[in-house]
Design a protein around this ligand. Structure first.
Ligand SMILES: Nc1ncnc2c1ncn2[C@@H]1O[C@H](COP(=O)(O)OP(=O)(O)OP(=O)(O)O)[C@@H](O)[C@H]1O
Length: 367
């Protein structure tokens, strides 16, 4: 059982503030992913939780106890690093045994734990191999096994899959999710890869420049991004954006005019902005509708056939490229003139400060 609470955590290196007052609660057994672009502070935040970095100000609570000054080994956490950090001269068994030995666990118990974890992670055939004789995925499993044998209250993962190739990353994502279900331990996972965040997390924390941009379930972030940053960061291929002019609005929605003159009435309530304000309309590739056209308002420039789906890149009259996701059977060809339709119920509106207009519709799964 482990809950964590971060209360206004701050971290300053010399004069530069890297973590700028982060507050969040992590529930028992939750799988929380910190995601954000390189340099946003996610590893620093994880290391502060692990006790590998001092906390400049704020409180860190584990199971309700303030642990700011508790040394790393006594926090009940285990961390898995991107670099695996295995001892090269020790075999797999000894790598997993090392921490247990230090903790004074008797030999019989050590052996039982290691055998059990090795079976869980399918590492039994490699127990007497050195790390240099293992593949990247196997090494990562050893690093995870070394964390598991210590039976920590909380697992911390710092970009554990980024040294693996794409296929292995996909496989390890599934394995880690299954492992989390089996171990049921609170987990904090750092990545810059939004696909990892979307596929593994119960809760995603999107960070930028040391502040939290949004916290929510994967689908909440996908369907209801709080601002332009989250809308751009979550989703692959990313959301399309158009500039538009806000006309007027009320409780039932907002009227906006696109650059080509099209009027849209989008069912989201406007913030306090004036008619004539320049805003941004966003729509995901799977929501844009394509139709054959006789004029040259849009032309298919590139077609990416991915099997089950096809991504159609359309060049609009103003030169902007819009990506449209269609099914795998589309007969469209490059250079075909097409028109784009933006169903208003799927449009997101963002005010000049980047904040999303208040959503008055909810996606059924984005609780
Ligand atoms: N020991 C340090 N001294 C000074 N600045 C540091 C130190 N460690 C990290 N930083 C700075 O803090 C910022 C956040 O770094 P951090 O490693 O937490 O980012 P990140 O989001 O994990 O990035 P990445 O995905 O590239 O690992 C960066 O600008 C980095 O240069």
């Amino acid at each position: 059982m482990a809950t964590l609470e971060l209360k206004s955590l701050r971290k300053t290196y010399l004069t530069e503030e890297i973590i700028k007052g982060i507050s969040l609660s992590i529930e028992d057994r939750e799988f929380v992913v910190f995601v954000g672009p390189s340099g946003c502070g996610k590893s620093t935040l994880l290391r502060m939780i692990a006790g590998l970095e001092d906390i400049t100000s704020g409180d860190l609570l584990i199971d309700g106890q303030r642990v700011n000054d508790v040394e790393p080994g006594k926090r009940g956490l285990a961390m898995v690093f991107q670099s695996y950090a295995l001892y090269p001269h020790m075999d797999v068994y000894k790598n997993m045994e090392f921490g247990l030995k230090l903790a004074g666990v008797p030999e019989k118990e050590r052996s039982e734990k290691i055998q059990h974890v090795a079976a869980t992670l399918q590492l039994e055939p490699y127990l007497h191999h050195k790390p240099g004789q293992l593949s990247g995925g196997q090494r990562q499993r050893v690093a995870i096994g070394r964390a598991i044998v210590r039976n920590p209250k909380v697992f911390l993962f710092d970009e554990p899959l980024s040294n693996l190739d794409a296929a292995l990353r996909g496989q390890m994502r599934v394995e880690l999710s299954a492992l989390h279900r089996k171990l049921n331990a609170t987990t904090i996972y750092v990545t810059h890869d939004q696909v990892e965040a979307m596929t593994m997390a119960d809760k995603i924390v999107v960070l930028q420049k040391g502040v939290v941009e949004q916290i929510g379930s994967p689908l909440e972030l996908y369907h209801h991004p709080r601002n332009l940053f989250v809308a751009k960061f979550i989703g692959s291929p990313p959301m399309n954006f158009f500039s538009a002019i806000f006309q007027n609005g009320g409780h039932d929605g907002s009227s906006v005019q696109l650059r080509d003159g099209t009027l849209l009435h989008v069912p989201v309530s406007p913030p306090d902005i004036l008619p004539g304000t320049k805003i941004t309309v966003g729509i995901r590739p799977e929501h844009v509708e394509l139709a054959p056209a006789s004029d040259d308002s849009g032309v298919v420039e590139v077609i990416e056939r991915l099997g089950a789906i096809t991504l159609v890149h359309v060049r609009c009259a103003d030169g902007q490229i819009i990506v449209v996701q269609t099914d795998g059977f589309t007969t469209l060809e490059v250079d075909t003139p097409v028109s784009l339709k933006l169903p208003p119920q799927h449009c997101h509106l963002f005010a000049p400060d980047g904040l999303a207009f208040e959503a008055c519709r909810r996606h059924p799964l984005a609780a």
